[in-house]
Design a protein around this ligand. Structure first.
Ligand SMILES: [Zn+2]
Length: 127
């Protein structure tokens, strides 16, 4: 009887000391909060939804998945912006010279955020 009680107490102490080795101090938690989830790209808004909200006069997409609209980065009267609304990366290009990239690059340019902040705000539902 006595021995089994000692055993269980010993196991308890083992568990206890193991939990102490998990770093839960503030620095560790802060690092977690600032790190993007590994699957962040899967959780971005769909390019079709995102560009529908952020590009004026967006046309229907053609067979190859591209739609045209007014570029928000210059005074555009000619729908110079082409966006891919079917590919998950949401590639875009402005034919008046504003550049191009993927959906994250578009959001960075539109909001002035750096890469990490832009992705984090997209994951929070910004559009
Ligand atoms: Zn432009």
């Amino acid at each position: 009887m006595n021995t089994s009680r000692q055993d269980s107490q010993h196991r308890y102490e083992n568990n206890n000391s193991r939990s102490h080795s998990i770093p839960t101090h503030l620095g560790f938690n802060r690092r977690i909060v600032h790190r993007l989830p590994e699957n962040w790209r899967d959780r971005l808004p769909s390019p079709a939804d995102y560009y529908a909200k952020n590009v004026e006069h967006l046309s229907r997409s053609t067979a190859n998945g591209f739609a045209q609209g007014r570029c928000p980065f210059h005074d555009d009267g000619h729908s110079s912006l082409s966006v891919n609304v079917t590919d998950a990366r949401g590639g875009w290009r402005c034919f008046a010279g504003c550049g191009g990239g993927d959906l994250v690059a578009f959001h960075m340019k539109r909001t002035g955020q750096d890469f990490r902040d832009a992705v984090a705000s997209l994951l929070r539902g910004a559009a």
